[in-house]
Ligand binder design. Structure first.
Ligand code: SF4
Length: 344
């Protein structure tokens, strides 16, 4: 397969045919670099060398009545995680400060639960206003579960920039990962968030027993749903969750999934989200030739790579952090020192 033909098609705004899309997932290992190079030409066209950094805050943890099999915060989970109600405004402001220090452009606040109560919407709105006052340069995204229209309007009016709600998997596979809500509930929330004027962020979670046909269907679905950012998560099989033994992905497969999503959704932000370190491991830098966005810092209930390592990876690739003109020499020097210490 000449992967550049797929890149040209993508750049012209055409969808890949079913057989072309399937060939991406089936690409032989010796063609992986050529495939990534083709996907990089699409990434470069829309995003240049920019990498967008996003910082996650689990603002309310655990105690969720839903049964998402992959989630350490569900009612089924026996994972030893911290459980706490919605954080205080001071805690939220402190986390936003850490996001700025880590060079994040977007601050993503996540609440466990099926959906927010009206009093939670009031609390969150007040927290968002404070964050916006103190750090006007930060984009704020919230992820609160299933959303009603009036709640979406309230969030938009208090300054929320984006709403995240992942589709995760296909309608056919959905009952294998959750029984307390449906794929249709999720798609409805994505539409509500869009109709309220918030930027739409919705993605997938791979490595939960889905078939290649599910991956192909999802890449095409996101093209239709047309969201601004697509976080691609790879399952972190957390001990104590029903999917703790699931091991389905290889680093190469993750890269092929990213390439497929880039070709099918050329101008959307593609974010390598949860599971980046666990699944891509030493191939993480290759992922950034395809995706233009990552989380920096920790995930909801699991640790991420040290921010210094992510910043060094971006610098070594010759990429730039979105919203910055580039790193100063002092910062470069301190990163070099950090690595010298680690290599000892
Ligand atoms: S609704 Fe959200 S917090 Fe609750 S179990 Fe599902 S993913 Fe976890």
């Amino acid at each position: 397969m000449n992967w550049n033909v797929l890149a040209e098609k993508s750049l012209k705004g055409s969808a890949l045919s079913s057989s072309e899309a399937a060939s991406v997932l089936e690409a032989p290992e010796e063609q992986l670099l050529a495939l990534i190079d083709a996907a990089y030409s699409v990434r470069r066209h829309y995003f240049g060398k920019r990498v967008k950094l996003n910082f996650l805050l689990n603002a309310k943890s655990g105690l969720c009545p839903e049964d998402c099999f992959y989630c350490s915060q569900s009612k089924l989970s026996k994972a030893g995680i911290e459980k706490y109600p919605f954080m205080s405004e001071n805690e939220i402001l402190a986390a936003a400060g850490r996001a700025v220090e880590a060079h994040a452009k977007r601050f993503c606040m996540v609440n466990s639960g099926r959906g927010p109560s009206d009093s939670e919407i009031e609390q969150i709105s007040s927290g968002v206003k404070k964050v916006k006052e103190k750090f006007p340069q930060l984009e704020v995204c919230v992820c609160l579960g299933l959303l009603k229209e009036e709640q979406g309007k309230a969030l938009k009016s208090c300054g929320v920039d984006a709403y995240n709600h992942n589709l995760n998997t296909t309608p056919k596979h959905y009952s294998e990962i959750c029984t307390t809500h449906t794929y249709d509930d999720r798609i409805q929330t994505v539409e509500v968030a869009k109709s309220c004027g918030m930027s739409s962020c919705s993605g997938c979670l791979f490595g939960m027993g889905e078939k290649d046909s599910d991956i192909l269907e999802l890449a095409a679905t996101f093209r239709k749903v047309n969201v601004d950012s697509i976080p691609i998560n790879f399952l972190i099989p957390i001990e104590g969750t029903p999917l703790e033994k699931m091991r389905q992905l290889t680093p190469q497969k993750c890269l092929k999934i990213l390439c497929l999503f880039r070709f099918m959704n050329p101008s959307s932000e593609i974010r390598i989200a949860g599971g980046r370190e666990f699944h891509l491991r030493w191939l993480q830098p290759l992922g950034l030739y395809v995706a233009n966005s990552i989380f920096i810092g920790d995930y909801l209930t699991t640790k991420g790579q040290k921010p210094e390592a992510d910043l060094a990876m971006i610098r070594d690739l010759g990429f730039e952090i979105e919203g910055e003109t580039g790193m100063g020499w002092d910062e470069k020097k301190s990163l070099d020192e950090e690595f010298a210490v680690r290599l000892k």
